[in-house]
Design a binder for this molecule. Structure first.
Ligand code: ADP
Ligand code: MG
Length: 244
């Protein structure tokens, strides 16, 4: 669905081909003077798309990520996630939607150092609300599957300190995949990695996209940004799509 077709409608049917749709989203911080962190932002992310958002410090990247991750609300405008109109939801519903639809990947991997990587991936579920009606296979088996999916089968039982930075980020990605999210929301995922480890994570992003995952990657690294099929630049709270 294009923005034109959907203008003004809050009751349209969910479009299963669209994971993220932001329309005229504004976020202003009430400082003196006020900061217009996001100005009338429109953004559509299709299912299976790999989209990067690149912009300098202070341009609004974290503000946008917090809204996309349902950690913050727009002051104005609408946000549909997987066709669900999130701006109308209460906090509990938003938390549940976040847990079931979004996998977060951060610059720091946030792995527990004294646990094996298998345990780190399994522990993802300790912090999530249960999915009603979904039958879950054994957590350990699924954690192994996720580690296999990120290419770490040969590291089962290892502690994070025995892995390279790129491998650690792969573990964090496996952990994010445990909830079978619709979307991986990545904030500077290669910010702590050297060129070689960055390449390894970017390869994994390509593989995941090949499996149908939707990836939104916030970065200030042009090499990371150009790897995405769609590139969006953010500057002073305004988005501009770059031609592919
Ligand atoms: P980026 O992540 O691109 O560095 P941010 O989204 O963190 O940018 O910030 C965008 C603008 O909003 C900046 O001018 C920042 O100072 C301001 N800002 C962010 N969060 C707050 C807040 N909680 N209160 C006041 N101003 C904020
Ligand atoms: Mg930031």
């Amino acid at each position: 669905m294009t923005l034109e077709e959907s203008t003004g409608s809050h009751e349209r049917r969910p479009d299963t081909g669209t994971v993220i749709e932001l329309r005229a989203v504004r976020r202003t911080f009430d400082t003196d003077p006020p900061v217009h962190a996001l100005r009338e932002v429109d953004l559509t992310v299709r299912r299976g798309e790999h989209l990067s958002i690149v912009g300098p410090s202070g341009s609004g990247k974290s503000t946008l990520l917090n809204i996309l991750g349902l950690l913050d609300r727009p002051d104005d405008g609408d946000y549909w996630l997987d066709g669900v109109p999130t701006t109308e939801l209460g906090d509990l519903e938003r938390t549940s939607l976040r847990g079931s639809r979004i996998g977060f990947v951060f610059q720091s991997f946030h792995l527990l150092p004294h646990r094996t990587i298998d345990e780190n991936v399994m522990l993802a579920e300790m912090y999530r609300l249960p999915h009603p009606g979904r039958v879950r296979r054994n957590r350990a088996a699924r954690a192994r599957d996720m580690l296999d999916r990120v290419g770490l089968s040969h590291r089962l039982g290892y502690r994070p300190d025995r892995l390279s930075g790129g491998e650690r980020q792969r573990v964090a990605i496996a952990r994010a995949l445990m909830s079978e999210p619709s979307l991986l929301l990545c904030d500077e995922p290669t910010g702590n990695l050297d060129t070689e480890n960055t390449a390894s994570v970017l390869e994994l992003f390509d593989e995941l996209q090949g499996q149908g995952m939707t990836l939104l990657v916030i970065t200030h690294d042009e090499a990371v940004s150009t790897r995405a099929q769609t590139r969006v630049r953010i500057s002073d709270g305004t988005l501009a799509r770059e031609s592919a």
